[in-house]
Design a protein around this ligand. Structure first.
Ligand code: GSH
Length: 208
């Protein structure tokens, strides 16, 4: 399988999941810095994803899968024995999807594009930071209630996604100082060998 990614972008989430599941990926780097976006070999990325964004997973038969929350569930279901997602059709799976949707719509799409583009202006960014702080407060209280991971005792694909998105905080001045449980969680997830492996493969800095 091939993962179209950009270093440290939301595509890190499926990259982490594949590493956790022991699924080998061929990595294709996409340059998001210029329009139209191109792959490392110079081809037009819009031929792969007409929406122009990563992640895209290319299956071994050439089929393409887009949208991070769908991709991570596909990868988890390839290796159910790894416990990265509860079985499809269970209430637990719906709860996982609830977290994935929360991360995607309430966090990911508040950080990006709003905080990554100065042209949106200070007012829009202040509103986005306020919303993000509210949502992170909710996550912090959930984690402070005692579970090491979003779904309880075991790491799931939702943790790969949350870790990826909240790791952008420093880059875009989102203050995590009020969220001790969340900061401890980021440390805990960041120390996982598969998380480090994916980050190193993308050329990202990992915790010492
Ligand atoms: N709905 C998509 C959004 C993906 C997305 O926002 N990707 C960003 C990187 S984090 C991107 O590639 N942006 C470049 C662009 O939109 O041109 C998903 O959840 O997979």
């Amino acid at each position: 399988m091939k993962l179209y990614y950009s270093a440290g972008a939301c595509s890190l989430s499926p990259h982490i999941v594949a590493a956790e599941a022991g699924i080998a990926l061929e990595l294709v780097r996409v340059n998001l810095g210029k329009t139209p976006h191109t792959t490392a070999s110079g081809t037009d990325f819009s031929a792969v994803n007409p929406n122009g964004y990563v992640p895209v997973l290319e299956l071994d038969d050439g089929q393409l899968l887009t949208e991070g929350p769908a991709i991570v569930q596909y990868l988890a279901d390839e290796k159910p024995e790894c416990g990265l997602a509860p079985a499809a059709g269970t209430l637990a799976r719906t709860r996982l999807q609830s977290w994935l949707n929360f991360i995607g719509t309430e966090l990911h799409k508040m950080y990006s594009p709003w905080l990554f583009h100065a042209e949106y202006g200070e007012q829009a960014q202040t509103v986005a930071r306020g919303k993000i702080a509210e949502r992170l407060g909710f996550v912090d209280r959930h984690l402070a209630a005692g579970s090491p991971f979003l779904m309880g005792e075991s790491f799931t694909v939702a943790d790969a996604y949350l870790f990826t998105v909240v790791s952008w905080s420093k880059l875009v001045d989102v203050d995590l100082s009020d969220f001790a449980a969340l900061r401890a969680y980021l440390e805990r997830v960041g120390r996982r060998p598969a998380v480090r492996e994916a980050m190193v493969a993308e050329g990202l800095k990992v915790h010492a």
